[in-house]
Structure formats: structure tokens, C-alpha cells
Design a protein around this ligand. Sequence first.
Ligand code: 1HE
Length: 291
Amino acid sequence: MRDLRIAVGKSGSGFDVRLPRSLKAERHGDVAVLLLARPEKRNAIDDPTVFGIEAFFAGVPDGVKAVVLAGEGDHFCSGLDLGELSARDVAQGIAHSRSWHRAFEHIEFGKVPVVAVLHGAVVGGGLEIAAACHIRVAEDTAYYALPEGSRGIFVGGGGSVRLPRLIGTSRMMDMMLTGRSYDAEEGQAIGISHYLVAPGEGLAKGIELAKRIAGNAPTTNFAVTQVLPRIAQSDPAAGYLTEALISAIAQADEEAKSRLKAFLEKRAPKVVHRSAVHRKPARNKTLRNKT
Ligand code: 1HE
């Protein structure tokens, strides 16, 4: 079983919300870690878990500036708890899907950016919840599938809206019609994950990224997670106007002013490309346009 030394969560510790047994939360300063903690069922998401996820993200305390979502055990999440499915009629099925939509909306358009750490099975509803997060770190063990096709059902956790944006409608069709799965490297290549790390390193990487995100100006994080996706979906004219408005709001913020001042007074770090420190200066080479 995977070692979770970094985030040994206790149910509800440090948070006002009561979490079901299938969720554990822990504070790391201004970062919170929420763990899917039902490894004996491969972190399958049942109703109490959905409601717990909604309550957790709706009640993120003020001091928390970013959240990491990860899974205990060998798998991130095996999707919907299939045991609950057979008892539902059509009306209950709609209500159930809408409950997932509500919960995942609190992730995608909640108070703070969310980093998902993926490993092992990231399937069905597991891939849907991952898609609702803002940044995805995948361990080498991660694999992605949408077994809904073979189970005779359809995605219900917002996957048909969010996944085409990540991987395209055509790839999603293939996954659902043929049962195709992608491994971690393929998932990185097609845009599911942003970062690919060695087994066991995902949580540390997720927390590191969340700490960096937590250090951004809150207005910038708000603009990036709430406004950018809406601009990207709007018609260009409305998009340009919204961009002008939000950029003016962000730059008028005191936080932005003090950060810009710090740079101009040479107190702020420069942009450093991660490989620049390893690269020797190019000699006898001039940059030329190809044309
Ligand atoms: C489950 C679930 C589950 C495991 N619901 N109980 N999702 C799926 O179709 C994926 C179904 N699960 C699997 O294919 C496999 O479990 C895994 C590949 C993820 C992991 O395999 P493995 O060998 O490590 O575990 P296992 O032996 O299959 O499962 C261990 C236990 O977890 C076992 O229960 P047990 O009582 O026999 O010990 C499994 O029955 C149970 N389990 N996955 C319920 N998903 C809003 S719509 C979303 C639609 C969907 O997500 S559809 C995709 C559903």
C-alpha cells in the first residue's frame, strides 16, 4: 500500500465541516490536503463521499489558499460506487448526477485552486473529479479509463463537459466506445496531467505546487480559476472585454501594486526557466528567423 507519510489525515481535523469516514483532511499551513480514504473499495465514490466533498469545498476556511486532492491506497479513484447504482430509478438517477455536479462545481469554481494527485486507477467518476481540479500531477502508475461504456451507463459527474476540453470529444468517444485506457505517459501527452512524477512522489509534488499557488495574489488566483475558463468559452468580443475588466481589477489591487514595486526595486525574483541553470551558454550561435 502507498505510504502517505506527508498527509496522515484525521477525519475532520482542523476543519469546521464533518467529513464522512471515506474522506480525511489535514492542514499544511495555508494548504489543505483532502484524501479519498476508502482504499478497500478503491476509493469508489458513494453518496456520503459526494456530500462530504461538497461540504469540504464549500467550507474551505479563510486561511486555506489551495487544496490538494489525493487518494489513499493503490488507486486514486475507481469512480462511482457501482453498488449504489442498481437501486435508482430515472428521477433518482438525475438527482444523483446533479449531486455530483454540485459537488464538483465547488471544486472547479470554489474559493481556492485545487491540485489533484493521481495514481493507479483514475477511472470513470475518478477521471471526472480529476478533471474538475485545476492542476493534475500524475504518478507513473496512473492510468485513465471511462468504463461507463462497458457498464451500460454514461458519465454523470460533469465528464462530458470537462473531459472534451482536456482531451477532445473524439478521444473521449474512443475511450467510452472501445474501452481504451491511457497510461500515465500517454495521459501526460494528451493533456490529462500537467506533471508526471515517479511513484510515491505525487503528494510531495502536489503540496509543493499548492504552496506555490497559495503564494500568488488571491485576485490573480480568482481571475485564473473563475474568469479565465469563462472567457475561454465566451465569444471573442465578450472575452476581450471581460479580460480588460479583470486585468484592470487585478492590477488595481494593493497586492499587485506592492508586487510590481518589489520587482522594479529589484527585491522580487526574476523569471527562471528550470533548465536554464543546467544549460551552458550557446557559443557561435545566433538566433535567426527561418524565413
Ligand atoms: C468497487 C468499485 C466501484 C472497486 N464501485 N465497488 N468504475 C468502474 O467500473 C471500475 C471498477 N473497478 C475496477 O475495475 C477495479 O476495482 C480496479 C481496476 C479499480 C482496481 O482493481 P483491484 O484488483 O485493485 O481491486 P478489486 O478487487 O476489483 O476491488 C476491491 C474491492 O473494491 C472489491 O470489493 P470487495 O467487497 O470484493 O472487496 C470491489 O468490488 C470494490 N470496488 N471499484 C463499487 N467502482 C457519476 S457517474 C460516474 C460513472 C462511473 O464512475 S462508472 C465507472 C465505475
